[in-house]
Design a protein around this ligand. Structure first.
Ligand code: ADP
Length: 429
């Protein structure tokens, strides 16, 4: 018990004892005790009423001094109230600071509550997506900015995920959105104008598509002439070797141009069209058969579950398989082994191409699907690759809602796993 509590108990005890003593001197102890108890009750009630009034008025003058229990309670109450005021003004100050700093930000910032309803936003958000803070407060943000990609971002609730959406305010403008946790249970939707990046990307894609398209016709002519020259017995012996070299290089250029055209196509068109139920086991078997007779090819084993199909474009699935197998063959010695597998997985199905070849160092793995990335540029030049194969694979898989997982250990081999979602899988009829 606290000191003041002890004093109250002693005071009450003394008053009761005094009442009992006076009552005893008059021959009525009980009456004396009762009167003392009533006096104590009246005193306590009075103090309680004054305290209750003080709480409402905020004035504690009646309990200013002394160390009684009421003074103690009043001083505690005053302390908590002042602390609350201080905390409130600190919060207000902080809120002002946040408003001031977000106002200076070129990116839009929208603060959302747990239900993804708008609490407030900065000036840039008003300009970028046309928010009206007073009118739109309390509305779900995807009711104001209607875009399937944004809905997906809100549903995923992944701070590393970003989506590009078309600006609701301006034609041909693009916005990049990211959702990050903010405060207690709140979310911050950051919106950035990426029109310039998207425009440059489109220009690059268009340039590559046009240039490779324009190169295709002259290359076909050059290849045609070189093919006939290579087979012409009348060509002088000293020209035969240079012609064969030119023919090999022209064929390599044709492959590069074809790869560039395919990459442009799968990069620029969003979703796969003309879909059918692709028999992946048949695709794997045909691809393995094409390598079976080759001198430098390692042993290739196929394990396919013919009961499942992918809903997709046969030509593109064939391209994924061809790219993965040609890489594996190129990076595995003749004495090595390749395994092509198509099977059900936990949430869909997976197509795996694995080898026990040279493998890839860990630091290169995150960059493998970048355009023109090659681990060993010198060797690739001799071997034919220009670093487009895995970029094509990645884009085709994206068009089929699938993803590529790569694992590898130098000296032991690599595994390329294409994971297809359940929505893309169907049973063979
Ligand atoms: P490329 O046309 O040069 O093969 P890719 O995009 O297909 O380009 O592959 C990128 C790089 O990844 C290659 O240069 C190669 O070094 C590496 N790579 C791909 N597949 C394998 C594999 N199965 N084993 C070892 N390295 C591989």
């Amino acid at each position: 018990m606290s000191e003041s509590g002890r004093k109250v108990v002693i005071g009450i005890g003394l008053l009761l004892a005094t009442g009992a003593l006076i009552g005893w001197s008059y021959g009525h102890v009980e009456r004396g005790l009762l009167i003392a108890a009533l006096l104590i009750l009246v005193w306590m009630l009075r103090s309680l009423i004054i305290f209750e009034r003080s709480i409402h008025s905020g004035e504690f003058n009646a309990f200013q001094y002394g160390d009684g229990i009421w003074q103690q309670m009043a001083s505690r109450f005053r302390y908590e109230r002042d602390r609350g005021d201080r905390y409130k003004s600190q919060r207000l100050q902080l809120l002002k600071e946040i408003r001031r700093s977000t106002r200076a930000m070129p990116d839009g910032a929208i603060i959302l509550d747990e239900q993804l309803e708008i609490i407030t936003c900065n000036r840039a958000a008003k300009t970028l997506v046309g928010l009206k803070p007073k009118k739109d407060r309390g509305q779900r943000v995807d009711n104001i900015i209607r875009d399937p990609a944004l809905t997906e971002l809100l549903r995923a609730d992944d701070p590393t995920m970003t989506v590009d959406i078309e600006s609701p305010m301006q034609d041909s403008a693009w916005l990049n959105c990211r959702l990050v946790p903010y405060g207690a249970g709140q979310k911050l939707l950051i919106i950035r104008d990426v029109t310039e990046r998207i425009r440059l990307n489109k220009m690059r894609r268009d340039f590559v598509a046009n240039a490779s398209h324009e190169l295709r016709s002259p290359l076909t002519v050059i290849c045609g002439y070189l093919d006939s020259l290579a087979g012409d017995a009348a060509v002088p012996e000293d020209l035969r070797q240079p012609i064969l070299q030119m023919q090999a290089q022209a064929q390599r250029m044709s492959i590069i141009v074809a790869d560039l055209m395919q990459l442009s196509r799968v990069e620029s068109s969003g979703r796969a069209g003309d879909e059918e139920h692709v028999d992946v086991t048949a695709v794997l078997t045909a691809a393995a058969r094409a390598y079976a007779g080759l001198e430098s090819s390692p042993d290739i084993q196929v394990e396919g579950d013919a009961s499942i199909r992918i809903l997709g474009i046969t030509r593109e699935i064939e391209s994924v398989v061809a790219n993965l197998i040609s890489n594996a063959v190129r990076h595995t010695p003749k004495s090595g082994h390749l395994k092509l597998c198509w099977r059900k997985a936990e949430n869909g199905a997976e197509l795996i191409v694995s080898d026990d070849g040279e493998g890839i160092a860990e630091e290169h793995i995150p960059r493998l699907t970048e355009r023109f990335f090659r681990v060993d540029r010198g060797r690739s030049r001799e071997g034919g690759g220009i670093g487009l194969g895995l970029a094509i694979v990645k884009h085709i898989l994206q068009r089929h809602d699938a993803r590529l997982e790569i694992s590898s250990t130098p000296g032991q081999g690599s595994e390329f796993r294409c994971c297809f979602p359940a929505a893309r899988i169907s049973a063979a009829t």
